[in-house]
Design a protein around this ligand. Structure first.
Ligand SMILES: CC(C)(COP(=O)(O)OP(=O)(O)OC[C@H]1O[C@@H](n2cnc3c(N)ncnc32)[C@H](O)[C@@H]1OP(=O)(O)O)[C@@H](O)C(=O)NCCC(=O)NCCS
Length: 171
């Protein structure tokens, strides 16, 4: 029997069976991580949820997004701490943009903590623009909550996007 060849890096839909691995990354990545229930609810609601895996099947990262009317809302984007700064976050954003364009969406939306400088740098580099602020949106370890910056990426401009490692590319 011929062995099945896996690409070096690939994506597949997240399932409930993946959640132990997903939660292991999630718990390391965030001060206030999603719970197993948050992921189960997202999968049950048929949100777009994909894993990014290496050729050996190791989990590099994942994203979860909600499809609205002609727009997609990114809810969770996480890269394993051991795999950060290697282009995987950008590549998952690329993948999500491509999926959103296929649906005919006009925009991608997300929220990010002002204190999350790596994520803000990633989104800025991908072309997202800050369009608003939700006051006291996120929990913190302090009594006060943290605002959320609301970011938008327009998808109507023909083929705009950042390629792997941030090079300009047509999507
Ligand atoms: C934010 C996150 C998804 C970025 O993923 P990543 O795979 O490391 O990002 P990339 O390698 O694609 O980086 C692309 C660009 O983003 C910016 N960037 C990413 N991480 C950065 C960091 N730690 N410091 C400064 N800039 C950073 C850089 O401009 C980088 O390009 P460069 O490496 O050529 O300088 C990842 O750090 C992560 O999972 N963090 C924890 C979870 C999280 O905060 N998710 C986002 C919630 S809104």
């Amino acid at each position: 029997m011929r062995e099945r060849q896996l690409p070096a890096i690939w994506h597949r839909p997240m399932t409930v069976a993946d959640l132990d691995g997903v939660l292991a990354l999630e718990l390391r990545a965030y001060s206030h991580p999603w719970t197993r229930g948050n992921f189960i609810d997202s999968l049950a609601a048929a949100y777009t949820a994909e894993l990014r895996l290496d050729g050996a099947g190791h989990l590099l990262g994942y994203f979860v997004a909600l499809q609205g009317f002609e727009e997609t809302h990114l809810l969770n984007l996480t890269v394993a701490s051991s795999a950060q700064r290697a282009g995987h976050g950008s590549a998952m954003l690329e993948r999500l943009q491509a999926l959103a364009r296929q649906r005919g969406d006009h925009a991608l939306w997300l929220e990010v903590r002002p204190s999350n400088l790596p994520a803000r740098a990633l989104y800025q580099r991908a072309g997202f623009v800050e369009v608003g602020c939700r006051r006291d949106y996120y929990p913190t370890d302090q009594p006060q909550r943290e605002d959320a910056l609301v970011l938008r990426l327009g998808l109507d401009a023909e083929g705009y996007g950042l390629g792997e490692r941030g090079q300009d590319a047509l999507v």
